[in-house]
Design a protein around this ligand. Sequence first.
Ligand SMILES: CC(C)(COP(=O)(O)OP(=O)(O)OC[C@H]1O[C@@H](n2cnc3c(N)ncnc32)[C@H](O)[C@@H]1O)[C@@H](O)C(=O)NCCC(=O)NCCS
Ligand SMILES: Nc1ncnc2c1ncn2[C@@H]1O[C@H](COP(=O)(O)OP(=O)(O)OP(=O)(O)O)[C@@H](O)[C@H]1O
Length: 216
Amino acid sequence: MFLVGLTGGIASGKSTVSSQLRELGCPVIDADVVARKVVEPQSVAHRLIVQHFGREVLLDNGEIDRKKLSQIIFSSPEKRRLLNSITHPEIHKEIYVILDVPLLFETRRLTRFLTHTVVVYCDPATQLSRLMQRDTLSQEEAEQRIAAQMPLEEKRGLASHVIENSGSREETLRQVLRLHTKLEDSMQFLLVRAVAVAAVAGLGSLLFCTVRLLVS
Ligand SMILES: CC(C)(COP(=O)(O)OP(=O)(O)OC[C@H]1O[C@@H](n2cnc3c(N)ncnc32)[C@H](O)[C@@H]1O)[C@@H](O)C(=O)NCCC(=O)NCCS
Ligand SMILES: Nc1ncnc2c1ncn2[C@@H]1O[C@H](COP(=O)(O)OP(=O)(O)OP(=O)(O)O)[C@@H](O)[C@H]1O
């Protein structure tokens, strides 16, 4: 599996190329589309934009007036940084992808590319009866299929998160909502850590250069 970042300057053709790739069957996340979604009315980013840029950047229907906001931020680096500091954390929170792979731990190759793994667990009796019912299988046939995979107990031990799905769909949804929040928080943490590492690295090279200058 590859994770590919696509970029380029404004109007260089990113959307054109990404939609061509999408037509070839590649799943694509367009950050500009995400950026539009995170500033919809009632969102955190919308509230902060109004707080910092005033109601004059709103259209009559309450949506952000993108033309007006563009004029402001592209003529002032300070305002652009301010808008970025509001929108980027919200955009990054939205950009995570779920790969649904039954044999994730059996094949193992994929796991090194993943930041988190989630195992959906249900007790063995529930698993057996759900499989027999859904695929109209005899008990023997169902047991054979279950035995072709790593036992769920073992998978549970390897996961970074577990969803317990022996109960109702509603109980599962409650866990999924908690997981979603956790994943979003963890994205934030990773970003903050990346920025901190970059800052420390920057400081390190600055010190190195200063010492070299002083020595020479
Ligand atoms: C400035 C806004 C209102 C303009 O909206 P509009 O619908 O007219 O354009 P759209 O969102 O499609 O952006 C068009 C292009 O402008 C460029 N651009 C957008 N924001 C920025 C920025 N903060 N700094 C530099 N270039 C930018 C990008 O090349 C982008 O592809 C909007 O882009 C925005 O809210 N930007 C802040 C969020 C952001 O950084 N988005 C970029 C994706 S991470
Ligand atoms: N090969 C091409 N031939 C002719 N027109 C093109 C070609 N590629 C892109 N365009 C046109 O150029 C414009 C900019 O392209 P596109 O919107 O794909 O760029 P972008 O990099 O996604 O821009 P932005 O950063 O503003 O989102 C669009 O009007 C698009 O239709």
